[in-house]
Design a binder for this molecule. Structure first.
Ligand code: AMP
Length: 505
């Protein structure tokens, strides 16, 4: 089925044997079969083509999570287009930047923002501005429904053609559009399906947003590649997830999912007895969360590491040792090396440096940014991830932080993670973020921002005192601030740029 379209053909293969298989179950109990899902995706493909989509054109989408939005993703692929999902939290001015930068031929948004965005998008040359709402209604879905019975022929695409184009989350600097090919997406889905033992009998609780690689490619492409099912949740709800676990087998989440689940009284060994896999990624999972989860449920969370530009790079093993605080081993066909950030030379086992990756999962470059692409994607195929880390003697990769978060104080390098781990271990501390802020003498001053437990009576002096014997003086925070919570983006990442802006002034 869908022969000639590299990705679509492969994503359909495990569910095209004619059997009546369930793709998605919604919380109201309604069920969408694979046949109905792909019929709907084809209808979206026809609607997009009718609206003027040509092969390789971008379809930019800022829509709430719905099964229809997933059909629009697959519909774009079937129509030979390039899917460009946008974070629903983006403001009008951010969306304008993305439209101007990506020049999509079609833009889809919800009906509330339609009037305002239509004018902006049309002025920027977009051919059609359509709507799709959380309940699956809208001008594009109406058009698609009306075209269900029309004949459809899949648009051919090769392994090297673009399938998606995703803006990086931009926690450091301006968002860049990462260009991902049909092969990039397929290889990763196929690898994860095998590595994490996905089969047709799996049921994944899908509670992640779908504008990001995690919820879209890791969760949906892997599900499609295996012919598994999802339980479709419009958003995260810990209590509901607990209720759904007896009919599910896998959960994929960001670390906050697990922290909040741990706060549920009903989370016990019995409550997870039907679940075979809990995956965490997109932000660091505290070793403490890993340990608590294991104690409370008897299962070990599997932590993996990836990014917009590369999909997944490493994963803790399915059968072997899932080691807290590490992101596991390089996935099959992915090479991971650690290099000296200043010289690019490969570093020996155990040394901290720049994490670089190479493999069929690595993107084609940044849209409209040849210079940036050249800086980060080496001629030999290695991508400089911007993460700092190390590989131990068993081959496990640990992430120490982002290179842009590295603090240079008085000429010395300070890895914030080292200090954060020490602070997090102190009694009364929930979590911390360590940043560098401009300092007249030192260049940057190590600064700690701490969330304390509500009944803790910690002061700046207590923190400084507690760290005074553990680490060299240049690593010790010069200032300590207490906050109620750390600023995070929707994928659970601490926004250190926001903290730096706040405390620099
Ligand atoms: P994004 O492109 O939004 O997926 O962000 C990718 C970045 O998230 C990576 O470069 C890492 O800095 C971070 N990240 C992803 N997974 C993990 C993980 N398991 N542990 C720590 N950081 C992670």
């Amino acid at each position: 089925m869908y022969e000639g379209n590299y990705l679509a053909q492969r994503l359909r293969a495990s569910s095209s044997d004619g059997a009546e298989r369930v793709f998605a179950k919604k919380l109201d109990g309604s069920v969408i079969s694979y046949q109905a899902f792909f019929d709907g995706a084809e209808a979206y493909a026809k609607a997009l083509i009718l609206k003027g989509l040509k092969p390789n054109d971008r379809v930019a989408v800022q829509a709430d999570k719905s099964v229809e939005a997933l059909q629009l993703y697959i519909g774009t692929i079937l129509a030979g287009g390039v899917f460009l999902p946008l974070n629903t939290a983006y403001t009008t001015s951010e969306v304008s930047y993305f439209i101007e930068d990506a020049s999509p031929s079609i833009f889809v948004c919800d009906s509330v923002n339609h009037a305002e965005l239509k004018t902006i998008a049309e002025n920027l040359g977009v051919l059609a501005v359509e709507t799709l709402d959380a309940n699956g209604s809208g001008s594009l879905s109406d058009l698609a429904k009306g075209m269900k019975s029309e004949p459809f022929e899949v648009v051919p695409r090769t392994a090297d053609d673009l399938a998606s184009f995703l803006y990086t989350s931009g926690t450091t600097g301006r968002s860049k559009g990462a260009m991902l090919t049909h092969e990039n997406l397929w290889i990763n889905a196929d690898t994860l399906k095998d590595y994490w033992h996905f089969s047709q009998s799996d049921v994944l609780i899908h509670a992640l947003p779908i504008f990001h690689i995690h919820g879209l490619f890791v969760a949906i492409n892997t599900t499609l590649a295996a012919g598994s099912s999802i339980i479709f949740m419009p958003s995260y709800d810990a209590e509901k997830i607990l209720e759904l676990m007896p009919e599910a087998t896998v959960l994929m989440g960001v670390p906050t999912f697990y922290v909040r689940l741990l706060a549920q009284a009903g989370l016990t060994k019995a409550s997870v007895s039907n679940m075979r896999l809990f995956v965490s990624g997109s932000a660091p999972l505290l070793a403490e969360t890993h340990v608590k989860w294991q104690e409370q449920t008897g299962t070990a969370i599997l932590e993996r590491y990836g990014m917009t530009e590369t999909n997944m790079n490493t994963s803790n093993p399915y059968d072997g040792d899932r080691r807290p605080g590490t992101v596991g081993l390089p996935l099959p066909s992915v090479e991971v090396i650690i290099t000296d950030p200043s010289t690019g030379e490969k570093l020996p086992t155990g040394e901290v440096g720049s994490i670089e990756v190479r493999g069929p999962n690595v993107f084609k470059g940044y849209w409209n940014m040849p210079e940036k692409t050249k800086e980060e994607l080496r001629d030999n195929g290695f991508f400089i991830t911007g993460d700092l880390g190390m590989i131990d003697d068993r081959g496990y990769v640990s992430i120490i932080g982002r290179s842009k978060d590295l603090i240079i104080t008085g000429g010395y390098n300070v890895y914030p993670k080292e200090i954060e781990l020490l602070i997090d271990d102190l009694d009364g501390v929930v979590e911390s973020a360590v940043i560098g802020i401009p300092h007249a003498d030192f260049g940057e001053a190590v600064t700690a921002v701490i969330v304390a437990e509500s009944d803790a009576t910690l002061s700046e002096a207590d923190i400084k005192q507690a760290l005074s014997t553990d680490i060299a003086k240049f690593k010790q925070p010069k200032q300590v601030f207490f906050v109620d919570e750390l600023p995070r983006n929707t994928m659970g990442k601490v926004q250190k740029n926001v903290l730096r802006d706040t405390y620099s002034s």
